[in-house]
Write a protein that binds this ligand. Structure first.
Ligand code: ADP
Ligand code: MG
Length: 708
């Protein structure tokens, strides 16, 4: 007795699984390799992914073909052995006051037949099969109602994820359940609270130990919901605490260049050269940036703005702040075409201001390249625009003050770090993206960055009209294209390009090109074509012909997706649009509507559409708001798929779901911010539970190194 007490006291949840009786070293090794479970604590935090709800009963009349497991009370009226192709099956007619169904056995028939009692009430439970309008349960769990009533019911049964290996080596769901039950019995009192009293009271959260108990062995749906809510809050809270803390540390610990003055360059440009009034959103974002770069801390800001929202001018004004304070600036774009566009636009804008701008891309010749290198190091160049070529070691700035990265999703973390390393102090970083990320997702994936949003389009834009047409209407689409071209407009026709079936896609593209060529003949019509299998020079040549207005139609794969600006193009026809993702469709549509003309987007598809495909196309027809589209995308695809593998680590949550639990997420983040503002190092006594948990999480987690 004394001995047992002693064991209970010194055991704690950090002990390896082998401390649970019944878990051998081999079994523990298997649990680790299959499920990543190492300690008792891991196991107690291994949550069921679903529950068998034995709290409710069905009547046979109410059974639905899509119900998975059901519990029914009724009587057996008759038992038969039915011959089938191989062997036989045992079939019992089972009846309640509302109807009849069958119970079926393939194995152990003799034994079962003897055991079944006709005419007495049973509680029957199992997986429901539906065949030819009648229902059956194969190999049901059965119990006489008289017995059932005597027993204490476990009611909702937890079901845990498992693997074939585990099942084969005898680790059943029941066994896992029993291990966890043991742990909870033994440790319940010892489970310490991880949140402060204040948080628990504020949000009326369940206590930690009760949440753990109820997530594994809920007494009711209501208790389960409360337990899940508490655990989701906790998970998201500590995630946010990490991110917000990292952000605070960046702000206070990492020194940045100070752009003290708004000087003559900025002011002259603003009053004399700015071709339009900034939108309120642009002004707000510029203020946010100005505050950052004047603060003495290092800026690491993400600027989100839908296509056409006017990010370029914000970027330029930001570089002028650097110039006013004696620093150089650089703007990096993902493709040569885009870098060229920035270069042209910015050169024009600053014309007459005595600012030296140049462009560095892969195709710049050696002689010119040398000249750029020199002018960069001696400080003659003020703004250097370019592609990846900017990252080469030979590219050395005299005093780089800020790096602006356009279309962020094409650049990896490593490349950002490389820019970072080009200086004694890290230059300020402004990352611009036209791919709207839902707010909740941004909070998690970029929770350590500052985020600015341009949520307003420049005035006078006409909303792009979007329609969905089936392939059979292609002729009328051609007619529409002709009408628009007659008005002097240009048209994109885009084909999908999906890696796995590249050859087929290529054929689709070429077939499409041919049919368009037949319909739109020279000399009245000129057609450009751009696809992935062309050499970059040829691509650029074709692209340039379209940009210059020499061709009226651009037939292309998705290479045109990012950033190309041809204001005269007003029609976007997307072939097989059901095969594109939402964000891709949105990006493609953003290629039109850049000029003063009414623009159109035509989504062509076959008749065969999946439910998801229908939702995507309907969303595109219903809205042009990139953030709304991103929200739908998040719901359809889930956070992991949306962000790609790069950030999936951080989204690898145990119980919370960034898409579904957005309310909890926002509350958790705000709470994290409040707490760190009040107590940055978690030193106050009332935050002790948080501090202890936080320390443990920080020690154990590796995902944080993935965020940059
Ligand atoms: P994006 O955010 O997609 O990079 P751009 O910076 O290319 O958008 O801007 C799209 C177009 O809108 C450009 O032609 C630009 O000159 C114009 N523009 C930007 N801001 C304004 C504004 N405040 N008023 C009017 N036009 C603007
Ligand atoms: Mg842009």
């Amino acid at each position: 007795m004394l001995f047992l007490l002693f064991i209970a006291l010194i055991l704690n949840l950090d002990y390896p699984l082998t401390y649970i009786s019944g878990i051998s070293v081999q079994r523990a090794t298997l649990l680790y390799s299959e499920l990543g479970l190492k300690t008792c604590n891991d196991l107690i935090n291994f949550f069921p992914f679903r529950y068998i709800d034995k709290t409710s009963f069905y009547t046979i009349k109410d059974l639905q073909a899509n119900t998975s497991e059901v519990q029914v009370v009724g009587k057996i009226t008759q038992v038969n052995t039915v011959a089938q192709k191989r062997g036989s099956r045992l079939v019992a007619k089972f009846q309640d006051t509302s109807g009849t169904m069958e119970l079926v056995w393939f194995k152990g028939q003799k034994w079962i037949k003897d055991a079944l009692i006709i005419g007495v009430p049973y509680v029957v439970y199992g997986k429901l099969n539906h065949y030819n309008g009648s229902y059956s349960i194969p190999h049901p769990e059965m119990e006489l109602v008289s017995e059932y009533k005597k027993k204490l019911q476990t009611k909702m049964q937890p079901i845990y994820h498992s693997t074939e290996k585990l099942t084969n080596s005898g680790v059943s769901n029941k066994l896992i359940r029993s291990y966890i039950q043991k742990l909870l019995q033994q440790f319940y009192e010892g489970i310490t609270e991880s949140l402060s009293d204040e948080i628990i009271n504020n949000f009326k959260l369940m206590k930690k130990r009760d949440a753990l108990l109820n997530v594994h062995f809920p007494k009711s749906q209501e208790n389960l919901a409360k337990a899940q809510n508490r655990l989701k809050f906790e998970e998201l809270f500590f995630l946010q605490l990490q991110l917000v803390r990292k952000k605070l540390i960046n702000k206070t610990k990492i020194k940045g260049f100070v752009f003290k003055d708004v000087g003559s360059i900025f002011n002259e440009f603003y009053s004399d050269k700015l071709p339009f009034n900034l939108t309120n959103a642009q002004k707000r974002v510029l203020k946010e940036i100005r505050k950052d770069v004047a603060s003495g801390a290092h800026m690491n800001r993400l600027l989100q703005g839908d296509v056409g929202s006017g990010k370029t001018i914000v970027a330029l004004l930001t570089t002028l702040l650097a110039l006013d304070n004696g620093f150089q600036a650089t703007i990096m774009a993902p493709t040569e075409i885009l870098a060229n566009q920035h270069y042209t636009a910015i050169s024009e804008l600053v014309d007459g201001l005595n600012i030296n701008v140049d462009i560095l891309t892969g195709s710049v010749k050696t002689k010119k390249r040398k000249e750029i290198h020199e002018n960069l190091e001696n400080g003659f160049l003020h703004i250097l625009i370019g592609t990846h070529a900017l990252l080469e070691d030979k590219v050395k700035f005299k005093n780089l003050g800020i790096a602006i990265i356009d279309e962020q999703h094409r650049f990896g973390v490593k490349q950002r770090a490389k820019l970072w390393a080009k200086n004694k102090l890290p230059p300020h970083i402004l990352v611009m993206t036209a791919t709207p990320i839902p707010r909740t997702l941004a909070m998690s994936v970029y929770g350590d960055l500052d985020i600015s949003v341009i949520d307003e389009l420049p005035p006078g834009r006409k909303e792009i009209k979007t329609v969905h047409r089936f392939d059979s209407n292609r002729l009328s689409v051609f007619k529409f294209m002709k009408d628009e071209i007659a008005k002097g407009r240009q048209v994109y026709v885009v084909y999908p390009l999906i890696q796995e079936s590249e050859a087929m896609d290529y054929k689709d593209l070429m077939d499409g090109y041919e049919s368009i060529s037949r319909e739109f003949t020279a000399p009245n019509y000129q057609i450009s074509i751009v696809h992935g299998q062309m050499k970059p020079v040829d691509k650029d040549y074709e692209m340039q012909r379209f940009v210059n207005g020499e061709t009226q139609i651009m037939v292309a794969t998705t290479v045109i997706e990012v950033g190309v600006n041809v204001p005269n193009a007003s029609v976007m026809v997307i072939e097989s649009s059901e095969r594109f993702g939402l964000s891709q469709l949105h990006q493609l549509r953003g290629r039109v509507g850049r000029g003063a003309d009414q623009s159109y987007c035509i989504l062509l598809s076959s008749f065969k559409l999946s439910e998801e495909g229908k939702t995507r196309l309907k969303t595109m027809v219903d809205t042009t708001d990139g953030f709304k589209i991103a929200e739908v995308d998040l719901k359809l695809r889930g956070p992991g798929n949306l962000m790609g593998t790069q950030q999936s680590g951080i989204l690898n949550l145990k119980i919370a779901d960034v898409a579904k639990d957005s309310k909890i997420l926002v509350a958790a983040r705000n709470t994290a911010i409040e707490i760190l503002q009040d107590d940055p190092n978690l030193e106050k006594h009332y935050n002790l539970p948080i501090k202890n948990t936080f320390a443990k999480i920080s020690r154990n987690s590796k995902i944080w190194s993935n965020i940059s």
